[in-house]
Write a protein that binds this ligand. Structure first.
Ligand code: F6P
Ligand code: MN
Length: 308
């Protein structure tokens, strides 16, 4: 007897019915499992400093280290990942010779918000083979988890963008399929805003939003801030360079690339001011890029205003 199609399929069942390539489905399930362990660690672990720094010289929290180790373990157990790079480590870490995938990830983005109990997240970009010399458009899949009042997972394999919530028994169930981003912009999320003092065009962009009377929705966590745009179906997020961070604060491989893949799949746009984030060649693990992302028309308008 055929199974009834449940109203809220599990992540695995959804991936299966979406005819996701088997290896990709297994890997996404393994990453989802890492997300469950990180969700649990956030509820139960000490939020203090680890006493170490990441490659950018930022203080690591114990939770940064725990989250990194959780992901590393799940990727290792998957047997599908030949190497990975984590924002916390900043080096290519070999895992299993001959395996097909490379995973770039930020295990706990926005972790400085954790003591304030604001939402944070994990971000993953999956490549077949070495990402160096490739572009984020060549990702096989991208996925993020947002840890807020609920834990939500959003993924795309290039066939739409789909969201799942973590239920009480540890299963990701479908929350919403085929998320879309349209051109109506009701909210703005301006990151690295200290740059307005030395990037006057960024001040102009900011003033245009103030004049339009749209609503500020900025938490300081890239994951919840862009998730907000996806769930509401429109909006704009920026992180633009200034003197301190000439390319903005955010990384192409670990942060901007996966989000650009997901947002463009949902019908939104992404830009570094010149071209889609999906068309920037990856040359360094720690490469930063300015980012304008969200509703496509607004992304293009902002990119024009920011043009030197
Ligand atoms: O990864 C760093 C991060 O915490 C992102 O999550 C966030 O978008 C950004 O920094 C915030 O930067 P700023 O405080 O400069 O706006
Ligand atoms: Mn980060």
């Amino acid at each position: 007897m055929p199974c009834k199609n449940p109203e809220r399929p599990s992540l695995n069942s959804h991936l299966f019915h979406a005819e996701t390539e088997t290896e990709v489905r297994h890997l996404l399930n393994d990453i989802a499992r890492a997300g469950k362990y990180i969700h649990y660690a956030l509820q139960t672990s000490d939020t203090g400093l680890a006493g170490s720094q990441n490659t950018s010289g930022e203080e690591q929290l114990k939770l940064d280290v725990i989250s990194n180790n959780i992901v590393e373990e799940e990727l290792c157990e998957s047997h599908l990942v030949y190497a990975y790079a984590s924002e916390e480590k900043g080096a290519i870490e070999p895992l299993r010779d001959g395996a097909p995938f490379f995973v770039a990830f930020d295990p706990l983005d926005g972790s400085s918000l954790v003591d304030a109990n604001l939402s944070i997240g994990s971000i993953f970009g999956i490549y077949r083979g070495d990402p160096m010399g490739k572009t984020p458009r060549e990702q096989v899949a991208a996925l993020y988890l947002v840890y807020g009042p609920r834990t939500i997972l959003v993924y795309s394999t290039g066939k739409g963008v789909h969201a799942f919530y973590l239920n009480d028994v540890g299963e990701f169930l479908l929350l919403e399929k085929d998320l879309t981003i349209g051109d109506t912009v009701k909210t703005y999320a301006p990151g690295n805003l200290r740059a307005v003092t030395d990037t006057p065009a960024y001040r102009k962009v900011m003033e245009s939003w103030l004049d339009e009377g749209i609503t500020l929705r900025y938490s300081g966590g890239m994951v919840p801030d862009i998730h907000h745009i996806l769930i509401k179906g429109g909006g704009i997020f920026t992180n633009i360079g200034g003197n301190k961070y000439p390319q903005g604060k955010l990384r192409l491989l670990y942060e901007c690339g996966p989000f650009a893949y997901i947002v463009e799949q949902a019908g939104g746009g992404s830009s570094n001011g010149e071209r889609s984030i999906l068309d920037i060649t990856i040359t360094e693990l720690d490469q930063r890029t300015p980012i304008i992302i969200g509703s496509k028309k607004e992304v293009n308008r902002v990119a024009k205003v920011l043009k030197p």
